[in-house]
Design a protein around this ligand. Structure first.
Ligand code: NZQ
Ligand code: ZN
Length: 382
């Protein structure tokens, strides 16, 4: 193994930590608080954040949508530039945090920020960011990734830079009490697929990465089982929030091969048809695993035994994939394109064209998922 592991985000876990934001941002800073459609005003979060920042000069930017768009975020970039704002505080789910990362980089970029995503222009400078997380799912609160949509062209692209990784993040499980069931389920599914993208690849005898990934997957199975009784299950919210964070903070992916094919195909489904990020993954993952089974058999066997507690058999890998699909179904998450009102002929053709446009032509840990293979995966996801 050969890797550098460094995660500089300070995690402040628990609702009472919103108050400590004031110690994390110097009072000399002009702070922009960025948020979404207003969920933070339906719980304690907005009031607590404003109270914590009562000694700072504070600006606000609201209306960052799920699957945040460059069209909206560019307005925040203008606000930052015209007021010389020098600290960004994202308050919300993955979309608000990803959007804030874009603003942080675009405000310091000489040109249109979208070039960072579309033309892979490097991020050389960015404003510092903090976050208050209210939806456990993406891991964006302590990683360096951001996924942004351009509405005009139906593109959903990602960029990564250590410069936009939050300096600190408050993880507030209490804020989850206002989350609709759909978003909680999305969180479980997204975190699940994040672990799988870094685990169901090639066997590499990485005891720490594998063992930790298996622990996180078992957590998610247990949290899904307890989903109907979550309000009386001790620490259910806390455990989901911490599990989803650890699923994509760099640790289990350090030094091992990674797939991310499900995500790349899923992003195109979301950009074209508006299906929730997590649901796009539930459509693609089982089909992709079945398509790639010969390359992933050993890890699927390991997962079957260590995560689902299945016995050795000739069909263990196939059974493991069936169990993954059953897990999604147990949460009422549909796993077929037509369940979401997408017509197969249309969807497949459009997704393949977008994957080609975005250079997503050699996906997966073996770069074996060419557009032809993606087409077969989508065909079977009907
Ligand atoms: O906008 P508000 O009013 O805040 O409402 C949001 C939104 O409607 C609501 N919500 C959030 N916290 C709430 C709440 N409602 C009630 N109570 C609360 N406590 O939930 C809705 C969805 O929010 P969103 O942020 O879109 O969800 P999520 O956290 O799942 O983020 C999805 C985005 O993250 C990207 C996805 O592609 C998608 O754009 N991803 C980012 C990654 C990363 N940066 O590492 C990795 C992921 O794979 C993913 O691609
Ligand atoms: Zn994801």
């Amino acid at each position: 193994m050969n890797f550098t592991y460094y995660n500089p985000t300070k995690i402040l876990f628990g609702a009472e930590h919103i108050a400590s934001i004031k110690n994390e941002i110097p009072t000399s800073k002009k702070v922009l608080v960025l948020y979404g459609g207003g969920s933070i005003k339906k719980n304690h979060v907005y009031d607590d954040v404003m109270k914590a920042l009562s000694e700072h000069e504070v600006f606000e930017f609201s209306g960052i949508e799920p699957n945040p768009t460059v069209e909206t975020l560019d307005k925040a970039v203008n606000l930052v530039r015209s007021n010389q704002i020098d600290f960004l505080l994202a308050v919300g789910g993955g979309s608000v945090i990803d959007g804030t990362k874009y603003v942080a980089a675009a405000a310091c970029y000489d040109g249109h920020g979208w070039d960072i995503l579309e033309k892979n222009e490097p991020v050389i400078n960015a404003l510092p960011i903090g976050s208050v997380l209210t939806l456990p799912a993406t891991g964006s609160e302590s990683n360096s990734g951001s996924v942004i949509t351009k509405k005009e062209t139906n593109q959903k692209l990602a960029f990564m830079s250590p410069l936009v990784q939050p300096k600190f993040s408050v993880l507030d499980p209490k804020s989850m009490e206002t989350l609709p069931e759909r978003q909680l389920v999305n969180g479980i599914v997204d975190a699940w697929v994040h672990v799988c993208e870094q685990y169901i690849t090639t066997p590499q005898d990485a005891m720490v990465q594998d063992g930790y990934a298996e622990a996180l997957l078992k957590n998610l199975i247990q949290l899904a089982k307890d989903f109907p009784s979550r309000s009386t299950t001790p620490n259910w919210n806390d455990n989901l929030m911490w599990t989803a964070n650890q699923a994509l903070n760099g640790l289990i992916g350090a030094g091992v091969s990674q797939d991310w094919g499900t995500h790349m195909i899923g992003h195109e489904l979301t950009a074209l048809f508006g299906v929730d990020h997590a649901r796009s993954l539930a459509i693609i993952q089982p089909s992709l695993l079945r398509n790639q089974i010969s390359k992933k058999r050993e890890k699927l066997n390991q997962m079957g035994k260590n995560v689902f507690g299945l016995n050795q058999s000739d069909n263990l890998a196939e059974e493991t994939i069936n169990h993954i699909e059953k897990l999604f179904h147990s949460l009422n998450v549909k796993t077929h394109l037509d369940d979401y009102g997408m017509s197969k002929a249309d969807a497949v053709k459009q997704v393949i064209a977008k994957l080609e446009k975005h250079g997503m032509v050699q996906l997966g840990e073996h770069q074996a998922i060419t557009p032809d293979v993606s087409e077969k995966i989508l065909d079977k996801a009907i």
